[in-house]
Design a protein around this ligand. Structure first.
Ligand SMILES: Nc1ncnc2c1ncn2[C@@H]1O[C@H](COP(=O)(O)OP(=O)(O)OP(=O)(O)O)[C@@H](O)[C@H]1O
Ligand SMILES: CC(=O)N[C@H]1[C@@H]2OC[C@@H](O2)[C@@H](O)[C@@H]1O[C@H](C)C(=O)O
Length: 365
């Protein structure tokens, strides 16, 4: 490992505040921006119910008092959590997405990297998505270059897929035999569909955060008609790369409106799983396995439905010793090092950007 000025591996700290608004994940990765040398300490700071409401009130907004209050909340949560890490030479700060309209107003993440760099005394890479969008890309998903490094890190020899199931699902098909992630044929990535509306359903009807362990869905029946209507949405037949905003699929809630709580939860869980199945049709060749990361992997009903509709093993990323709660935070540690080294973080096959681009700006303390 070489220190700050060399091109060897450095300890980098990544942080992600995801679409489900549950909290901030943080994780250390030692990397040179190509190879993952090792994974390190992780941490989590939940948003309080009051903070969550502040963030929720700012969703879909761009510049107003609610956005300013949400930005302060995100900033304070990150400064507190990241201050607990001592060894980082670089920080990758994703922030919180409030809106994502790559072909409209752009993509909007709150969180100020300059202020964070001053607070931590460490260089911070942030604003990861804007350059990709400015060049005509989707600006998301960005984890695929990290998934490629993970596939090589675990010694995969044949194409496999990573599936992140959080508020929005995203799929990365990886051919680990191709060394450079930006090379043609190494990756295909896109957002598969929504998962967050399941939380909205149980929140609105029962005041719950989520259908924990699929407790509700497991008691219900899937309404085939609603599932078919859902799959008729044009998003699913659109060729990737493609990306979604958190609330692009509020139609999901309309489709289950008349159903019992259990049937609605079962049908929406089936919708999320079926959107992954439709996504798999776009893979250049069948993956040998699907490794699932994010909170959705903890829902056994979701995992069972995925297993039933996909033609290969579907397992949590823990099957290959990765941490499914921290993969996105680790991704932004890895991507930060790539940005600092002038390496690309997205490519035509991951965001549809016309040429590989390194997103993100660096702020020094
Ligand atoms: N035990 C569980 N049972 C069912 N669902 C769960 C469980 N644990 C977490 N989840 C689901 O996972 C979600 C959180 O996942 P995660 O933290 O990966 O999302 P995120 O990172 O905020 O979203 P995104 O990846 O879209 O940015 C919760 O909102 C909930 O829907
Ligand atoms: C605009 C935005 O924040 N998108 C998120 C969201 O959450 C999951 C999915 O939608 C993915 O596209 C992305 O996050 C991950 C970390 C990514 O960029 O790979």
């Amino acid at each position: 490992m070489k220190g700050k000025n060399g091109q060897g591996s450095i300890p980098a700290l990544g942080a992600m505040s995801g679409t489900s608004l549950d909290g901030v994940d943080a994780a250390m990765v030692v990397t040179d921006g190509n190879r993952i040398e090792s994974f390190g300490k992780t941490g989590y700071r939940a948003y309080s119910p009051a903070e969550r409401e502040i963030l929720r009130a700012a969703l879909g907004r761009w510049h107003d008092d609610d956005v300013a209050q949400a930005a302060d909340t995100v900033q304070a949560a990150h400064a507190a959590l990241l201050g607990e890490f001592e060894d980082a030479e670089l920080v990758g700060f994703h922030g919180q997405t409030l809106a994502h309209e790559p072909r409209g107003r752009g993509t909007h993440q709150i969180g100020d990297g300059e202020a964070l760099a001053r607070a931590l005394g460490v260089p911070v890479v942030w604003d990861f998505r804007a350059a990709d969008v400015a060049m005509g890309g989707e600006g998301a998903p960005l984890a695929p270059f990290f998934h490629h490094a993970c596939a090589r890190h675990i010694g995969a020899k044949r194409p496999l897929a990573f599936l992140n199931l959080g508020g929005v699902g995203n799929l990365t098909w990886v051919d680990p035999r191709i060394e450079a992630p930006e090379a043609e044929g190494a990756l295909l990535a896109f957002d598969t569909g929504p998962a967050e509306p399941i939380n909205d359903l149980v929140g609105q009807r029962l005041g719950l955060d989520c259908d924990r362990d699929g407790a509700l869905a497991r008691q219900g029946r899937v309404l085939d008609g609603a599932l078919e209507l859902f799959l008729a949405e044009s998003y699913f037949s659109r060729m990737p790369p493609k990306s979604l905003d958190r609330d692009d699929f509020s139609v999901m809630l309309d489709l289950v409106r008349g159903l019992s709580d259990a049937d609605a939860a079962a049908t929406m869980t089936a919708m999320a799983a079926a959107s992954v199945m439709r996504g798999m049709e776009h893979c250049p060749q069948p993956p040998e396995r699907v490794l699932v990361t994010g909170g959705g992997r903890l829902n056994p009903v979701m995992m069972r439905m995925l297993g039933a509709c996909l033609d290969c093993p579907v397992e949590p990323v823990e099957a290959v010793d990765l941490d499914g709660d921290m993969l996105e935070a680790q991704a932004f540690a890895y991507l930060a090092v790539r940005v600092a080294r002038g390496l690309p973080t997205s490519a035509p096959s991951t965001t549809g950007v016309p040429a590989p681009v390194g997103g993100g700006q660096i702020s020094r303390p």
